[in-house]
Design a protein around this ligand. Structure first.
Ligand code: BTN
Length: 335
């Protein structure tokens, strides 16, 4: 896939194979010779790859002459860590991992235009130019969040793509609840997920479409997982799952739950005649602000009013002094 190589090198697939091997033999020391044989390389190359894993934060004890063992379970979003658990979903077969990249959404959009298949997943440990909605940046510190973009090729008209974005919010909601049912996320239209009023997840959906037909959609999901703190200007607005719960979360577990949940939502949308209405209903049930909330929207010169739910395509309805208005985009501020 030439477009990917222009952006950043993908993580060497042999790193994932070494991690899997060490996990499979977690209680013993695995010799360099055995690892070298399994991945088809030399012992000195294994040593070099182990150093790379250590640079990525994987805690490996050992030495080329004795062998290697894991000191703790690694929490890297490597394809070898995720794919076995995603068996049977749309997202099992084409997982691309980057140690560092500008933006997984940019990588996914470029790969899509070069013909990458539906269900391709792009994950990074760190983004140097993570993109948010509008002109915003997405804070993407190394290995503390999930930076994930998935490529979809739905047979939908462009006007129906918002539902996909709402479905992604629902998928994040279920994944978090599956792992810790005490956390009750709140969906904020269209694409934010909050805990106690602070944002821990943002979704950036981008598409390439003809007038009546979508060519491809990239759904980019950023989740603040284990950030211990945020810069002063974000402290009142942003949180992480760790800050909200007081415990470290496994990114591998959460990312697996997220992709499985996204797979269920996507299949439900495309296969069930009431798929879209189910998404709209559940989004409204899990959002404290989509109905009866005083809001200000920076769109078409701005409007103010009280939210009145979503229309059949997922757009926000707001009752203003001038009558009912449909919000197509823009930032919704809760007042
Ligand atoms: C927002 O709330 O403004 C949307 C943030 C979306 C961030 C994610 S992180 C993975 C993907 N890659 C990007 O550059 N952006 C999205």
């Amino acid at each position: 896939m030439p477009a990917l190589h222009k952006l950043a090198p993908q993580t060497d697939a042999r790193l994932g194979r070494i991690v899997r091997l060490l996990i499979a033999h977690a209680t013993v020391v695995v010799s360099g010779t055995k690892i070298a044989g399994e991945i088809g390389t030399s012992r000195s190359e294994v040593w070099r790859l182990v150093q790379q894993l250590r640079d990525l934060g994987v805690d490996i004890a050992g030495h080329p002459s004795t062998g290697y063992s894991l000191k703790s379970m690694p929490d890297l979003l490597l394809p070898d860590m995720l794919a076995p658990q995603l068996h049977g979903t749309l997202f099992a077969k084409h997982i691309h991992h980057f140690y560092k990249i500008a933006s997984t959404n940019t990588a996914a959009m470029e790969a899509a235009s070069a013909g990458a298949p539906e269900g391709s997943v792009f994950l990074a440990e760190q983004q140097t130019a993570g993109r948010g909605r509008g002109a915003n940046q997405w804070h993407s510190a190394r290995s503390s969040g999930i930076y994930c973009s998935v490529l979809l090729r739905p047979a939908l008209p462009p006007s129906d793509v918002l539902i996909l974005s709402l479905a992604a919010g629902l998928a994040v909601h279920s994944a978090v609840q599956e792992i810790d049912s005490r956390v009750v996320p709140d969906l904020k239209w269209p694409n934010d997920v909050l805990i106690e009023g602070k944002k821990f997840c943002g979704i950036l959906t981008e598409m390439n479409a003809e007038a009546t037909r979508v060519r491809y959609v990239v759904v980019g999901i950023g989740i603040n997982v284990n950030q211990p703190s945020f810069p002063a200007d974000l402290q009142n607005l942003a949180t992480s799952l760790r800050l909200a719960t007081g415990t470290e979360w496994s990114r591998v577990e959460l990312c697996t739950a997220l992709l499985k949940s996204l797979d269920r939502e996507y299949r439900g949308l495309l296969q069930n005649p009431d798929g879209a209405s189910s998404i709209l209903r559940r989004f409204q049930e899990r959002s404290s602000s989509v109905r009866g909330q005083q809001v200000a929207v920076e769109e078409n010169g701005g409007l103010e009013g009280v939210t009145e739910g979503l229309d059949s395509r997922g757009f926000l309805q707001v009752r203003t002094a001038q009558g009912m208005r449909t919000v197509l985009s823009g930032t919704v501020r809760l007042s």
